[in-house]
Design a protein around this ligand. Structure first.
Ligand code: ASP
Length: 605
C-alpha cells in the first residue's frame, strides 16, 4: 500500500496502485504523489532512465487510477519530506499502467479549503477520498468493532430485527412503506427495535444487542439524521446498575479504540437534582453548577427587585468570562422572557451597586474569582406558585420554570463565550475532557398542554418506580388533568450524558401486562386503541415475561466525538441534508404512475 513504504523497503521491487494525488512536471523528471487509503507515496519518473514510462506519466491528471511497478529508493537527504510517514523513500518507476482516467473533479481530495457542503454531498465519493473522511470512517469501523467485541465477550448475541414492521413509538413520525400485495396497508420503518428486543427477552435470549439503523421522520434540527445508528441492547433480570456497567464497559472499549482512557463508574444524579443544580436534564459538568443565593438577600432586597420570595434565586457562574458588555447582555435577554411567567435577570454589577451586602455573600457562596461572570436569575413577583407535587418530587413546576431559564442561560453564555473561558478546550486529560454522567429517576409522564394529555417522557414501555405504582393507579382516574397524580410518577429511566450531550437513554421495562395496560390508559389510549396498536405485544406479555431492561446509544454521535468532528454528517458515509435529502442519489424522488397504481396510491398535488 502507498502509505506503507519505509526506509527498510529500500532496494525492494514494489507495485503500488492508487489515485494520482498530484503531478509535478520538472521536464526530464516527473513526480507523482500516489494516494490510496493508507497514505501517499512519491513516484519518480526519469526520462533519461525510462522514457516510455516518463511519456505515459505526461498524460496523467489528478485522480487518474494507475499501477506503478518500480524499485523503492532512499531519497537524498535534502529531498526528505518529514511531514509524511513515507517521506524518506520514493518509488522509481519501471512501468506505469493507466487503469482508468478521471474527469477533472469539482474539487480535489487534497484541497485544503473545503468546498461548500452541497457539492461535497453531491460528489460524496470524491469527498470520502479526503484524509479526514477516510480517518472518520475508519474510526467508525474501529469503534463499532470494539463495541461488538466487548458485548460479544459479555455474552450478548447480536440479533437482527425487521425493518419492515409496525409503528414503534419513540416520539417521532414513522416512515411508511406501502404494501403492494395489500393495497392501502403500510409497513412502518422502526423508530427503534424497542418491542422486538423486549420480545427477544420473552423469547429467552437474555442478552441481546444490535448496531442498528433507526428511522425517525422529524423536523430536522441542525444536527439530526432521519436514519441513524444506535447501539441497542436489552437484558433480562437487570437492576439499572447492571445496564450501566455494561454501557460503561463498551464505552471504555470504544474510547480505547480511539486511544483514550476513560474512568468508570460514571457519576450518577437524580433528574430532580440535575434540574436544581444545572436547570437541565443533561448537564455539562465542565461548567460550575448553580448556587442557590436566595438567602444572600435580605427580604426587602427581594421586594425591591420585585422577585418572588418563595421561588429559587440562583446564581450562574461562568469562570473567566468577565463582565458582559451592554450589547452582549441585551443579546441574551430574550432568554428571560420565558413562557412560564416573567423571570428577573440581574447583572451582578447592578446587584453590587444596589445591594453590596448581598453581592458580597453571593460572590463568596458561589466561590467567584476575579474575572468570573456572575448572573442572578429569579422569578418575578407575578410568577405563580404551584406546589402540587408530593414530597419525593423535589422540583415543582414553577421552580422548574426558573431553573430551566437559568439552565438555558448558563449553557448559552458558556457556548457563546467559550473562547473566553476555555473550559471546552481539550486538555489532553480524558478525565477532564470527557465528563460522563448518568441521570436517573426521570418523571414518567410529561404534560402536553396542546393535546391536554400526558405523554410518555421516555417511551410507553418504561417501568414506573415500584414506589409510585399507587400514584399510577390513582392517576389513571384523571388522565386529562395537569395536576393528576401522574405528574409525580417517577420512571426507572436513565440517560447517559457526555459534556452536556445525551448519548443514550434506556429504562427498566414494564413486564406485567396489567401495568402496561394502565400506562396506555394514562396516555389517553382506550382499551380498543391499545389493542389495535399493541395487541400482539400485550399478548406476548401474558406468556411468562421475565423482568428486563436496556438502553440505546447513538453510534454516530459517539464516533463524532471520538473523531473530533463537528457534525454527524462528517462520520456518516452517505448522510442526508437538513431537508432529509440525499444529494448524491437525489432521493426522495417522485415515482411513475405505473408504480403508484400497483401500490394503490393516488398522489394529491
Ligand atoms: N428504544 C429506546 C430509544 O431508542 C432506547 C431504549 O429504551 O432502550 O430511545
Amino acid at each position: 500500500m502507498c502509505g506503507a513504504l519505509r526506509p527498510s523497503d529500500a532496494g525492494k521491487k514494489a507495485v503500488l496502485m492508487g489515485w494520482v494525488n498530484r503531478r509535478r512536471d520538472l521536464g526530464s523528471i516527473i513526480f507523482i504523489d500516489l494516494r490510496d487509503r493508507t497514505g501517499v507515496a512519491q513516484v519518480v519518473l526519469n526520462r533519461e532512465l525510462n522514457s516510455a514510462a516518463h511519456d505515459k506519466a505526461n498524460v496523467l491528471r489528478n485522480e487518474y487510477v494507475i499501477a506503478v511497478l518500480g524499485t523503492v529508493k532512499l531519497r537524498d537527504a535534502d529531498t526528505i519530506n518529514k511531514n509524511i510517514p513515507t517521506g524518506e523513500v520514493e518509488l522509481v518507476a519501471d512501468e506505469i499502467r493507466i487503469l482508468n482516467d478521471s474527469k477533472q473533479p469539482p474539487f480535489l481530495p487534497s484541497d485544503t479549503a473545503l468546498t461548500n457542503e452541497e457539492t461535497r454531498l453531491k460528489y460524496r465519493y470524491i469527498d470520502l477520498r479526503r484524509d479526514v473522511m477516510q480517518f472518520n470512517i475508519e474510526m467508525r469501523h474501529r469503534v463499532a468493532k470494539a463495541i461488538r467485541d466487548y458485548l460479544s465477550g459479555q455474552g450478548f448475541f447480536e440479533i437482527e430485527t425487521p425493518f419492515m414492521t409496525r409503528s414503534t413509538p419513540e416520539g417521532a413520525r414513522d416512515y411508511l412503506v406501502p404494501s403492494r400485495v395489500q393495497p392501502g396497508a403500510f409497513y412502518a420503518l422502526p423508530q427503534s427495535p424497542q418491542m422486538f428486543k423486549q420480545i427477544l427477552m420473552i423469547s429467552g435470549f437474555d442478552k441481546y444487542f444490535q448496531i442498528v439503523r433507526c428511522f425517525r421522520d422529524e423536523d430536522l434540527r441542525a444536527d439530526r439524521q432521519p436514519e441513524f445508528t444506535q447501539i441497542d441492547l436489552e437484558m433480562s433480570y437487570p437492576q439499572p446498575e447492571r445496564v450501566w456497567e455494561v454501557v460503561e464497559g463498551f464505552l471504555v472499549a470504544a474510547f480505547k479504540a480511539a486511544g483514550l482512557e476513560i474512568k468508570t463508574p460514571f457519576p450518577r444524579m437524580d433528574y430532580d437534582e440535575a434540574i436544581r443544580l444545572y436547570g437541565i436534564d443533561k448537564p455539562d459538568l465542565r461548567l460550575p453548577a448553580f448556587t442557590d443565593v436566595r438567602e444572600c438577600f435580605a427580604p426587602e432586597n427581594l421586594q425591591q427587585l420585585a422577585v418572588n420570595q418563595n421561588l429559587p434565586v440562583v446564581a450562574i457562574r461562568i469562570p473567566s468570562v468577565g463582565e458582559l458588555s451592554r450589547a452582549e447582555r441585551d443579546s441574551v435577554k430574550p432568554l428571560f422572557i420565558s413562557k412560564g411567567g416573567a423571570k428577573v435577570f440581574e447583572d451582578f454589577k447592578r446587584i453590587e451597586k444596589n445591594f453590596p451586602d448581598a453581592a458580597a455573600k453571593i460572590a463568596a457562596k458561589s466561590r467567584a474569582q476575579a474575572g468570573d461572570l456572575l448572573v442572578v436569575v429569579a422569578g418575578s413577583a407575578q410568577t405563580g406558585e404551584q406546589t402540587a407535587l408530593p414530597s419525593h418530587r423535589k422540583v415543582t413546576p414553577s421552580e422548574l420554570a426558573i431553573y430551566a431559564s437559568a439552565g438555558l442561560l448558563r449553557i448559552t453564555l458558556a457556548q457563546k463565550y467559550a473562547e473566553r473561558h476555555g473550559l471546552f478546550k481539550k486538555s489532553g486529560d480524558p478525565a477532564k475532557d470527557f465528563r460522563f454522567l448518568w441521570v436517573t429517576n426521570f418523571p414518567m409522564f410529561e404534560w402536553y398542554e396542546g393535546e391536554k394529555q400526558w405523554n410518555a417522557a421516555h417511551h410507553p414501555f418504561t417501568s414506573p418506580h415500584e414506589e409510585d405504582m399507587s400514584l399510577l393507579e390513582k392517576g389513571v382516574e384523571s388522565v386529562n388533568d395537569p395536576q393528576s397524580p401522574l405528574s409525580a410518577v417517577r420512571a426507572l429511566a436513565y440517560d447517559v450524558v457526555l459534556n452536556g450531550t445525551e448519548l443514550g437513554s434506556g429504562s427498566i421495562r414494564i413486564h406485567r401486562q396489567d401495568v402496561q395496560r394502565r400506562i396506555f390508559r394514562a396516555l389517553g389510549m382506550s382499551e380498543e386503541e391499545a389493542k389495535a396498536r399493541f395487541g400482539f405485544f400485550l399478548e406476548a406479555l401474558e406468556y411468562g415475561t421475565p423482568p428486563h431492561g436496556g438502553i440505546a446509544l447513538g453510534l454516530d454521535r459517539i464516533v463524532m466525538i471520538l473523531a473530533g468532528a463537528e457534525s454527524l454528517r462528517e462520520v456518516i458515509p452517505f448522510p442526508k441534508t437538513a431537508r432529509a435529502v440525499d444529494l448524491m442519489v437525489d432521493a426522495p424522488t417522485p415515482v411513475g404512475e405505473k408504480q403508484l397504481k400497483e401500490l394503490g396510491i393516488i398522489v394529491k398535488k
